[in-house]
Design a binder for this molecule. Structure first.
Ligand code: NAP
Length: 324
């Protein structure tokens, strides 16, 4: 199968990662990308790692009418929240074109009945043949992977934290996200009020996990990666390691590790490492992933592979770059 890929928001961090992953994907024949501020400039001007490897220039806009005319077009939207949602309804016919697969990486359609939620380890069957896909957020991916071994259980209260690197805030710096403010700091933010919680609690419900979850996101002094920890009271007669092995059987990109997973082992890859520790008074499930990889761009490519009937690992079977 020959894929023509289009990236909306190709100059952002997620867009750059999509360019990187798609440029070595064996089925991808061409890649186009949009940016309003970089239109006419080569991709490598913004993403210097792509110089000499990925040809092409940013386009201010791509007409939807020109899409979906090749054997298979895949549109990845890596725009800020709300931007795709503004235009999609008026382009109904174009994006429902049978030769066009749309994968949105923002929160816009994660709760929509029209879009399939793109977390392969949870709903691989639904993604197979799906047309529009809403790819999960980075925190949501980490938390949901941590929750999957708990399917069908009465867990009670789960205290969750997740620390993210600075690339989680995108390419434009703000007062709290630019380097001097973050480099030697560590803090919590959006405490008990993060926007990704809705998709996580919806997943808990769908997975029949009986309990409540409180979440404290934290901002760490590194660029890429998320490290999530879920803590809860020990569950009687439950072998968490066995449940995790069952939950992730057939999931090529989830690796069960002894003790603590490490961000440095997954950065630059589509892997998520999961560690479980069961103590006397509590149990902990820890998940490490790359927020721009399994938390975003490479996960979107994984969903594309599944949706199009390609082997899930196509173009993604690459280890992280330890040390990060
Ligand atoms: N960063 C992460 O770890 C992460 C993880 C999961 C999901 N996401 C989600 O993925 C999306 C992209 O995130 P990102 O981190 O890659 O963001 P980013 O680095 O800020 O990039 C945003 C991209 O969208 C374009 N853009 C900005 N405002 C626009 C507008 N009003 N209309 C059209 N284009 C616009 C930008 O280029 P121009 O301004 O030049 O047009 C840029 O190419 C967001 O919805 C984000 O929440 C991010």
């Amino acid at each position: 199968m020959k894929i023509d890929a289009v990236i909306f928001g190709a100059s952002g961090y997620g867009g750059g990662e999509l360019l990187r992953w798609l440029s070595t994907h064996p089925n991808v024949a061409s890649i186009r990308g949009t940016s309003r501020s970089r239109a006419g400039k080569p991709f490598w001007d913004t993403h210097p790692n792509l110089r000499g490897v990925v040809d092409g220039t940013f386009e201010a806009e791509i007409d939807w009418k020109s899409l979906g005319t090749s054997e298979q077009t895949v549109v990845f939207s890596a725009l800020p929240h709300g931007e795709l949602a503004k235009t999609l309804p008026s382009l109904e016919k174009s994006w429902r074109n049978e030769r066009l697969l749309l994968v949105d990486l923002s929160t816009d359609f994660r709760a929509s009945q029209d879009f399939v939620y793109g977390l392969p380890e949870w709903n691989r069957e639904a993604i197979l043949g799906a047309k529009p896909i809403a790819s999960p957020g980075c925190f949501a991916t980490a938390l949901q992977l941590g929750l999957l071994p708990l399917r069908g259980l009465d867990v009670g209260f789960i205290a969750a934290t997740a620390v993210t690197g600075s690339s989680g805030s995108g390419a434009s710096a703000s007062a709290t996200t630019h380097h001097p403010a973050r480099a030697n700091d560590f803090r919590a933010y959006k405490i008990l009020a993060h926007q990704h919680m809705a998709e996580v609690t919806a997943a808990m419900k769908a997975c029949d996990i009986n309990g409540s979850l409180s979440f404290v996101p934290q901002s760490g002094p590194f660029v890429r990666g998320i490290f999530a920890t879920l803590q809860f009271a020990p569950l009687a007669k439950v072998d968490l390691h066995a449940l995790a092995a069952e939950a992730f059987a057939g999931s090529s990109f989830v690796r069960l590790v002894e003790d603590s997973p490490r961000i440095s082992a997954v950065v630059g890859s589509n892997f998520a490492d999961v560690g479980i520790v069961e103590g006397e008074g509590s149990a902990a499930i820890m998940v490490a992933l790359d927020n721009l990889g399994k938390g975003m761009a490479s996960q979107a490519v994984q969903s594309m592979n599944i949706a199009l009937g390609l082997p899930e690992t196509t173009g993604l079977w690459t280890p992280g770059r330890f040390p990060a």
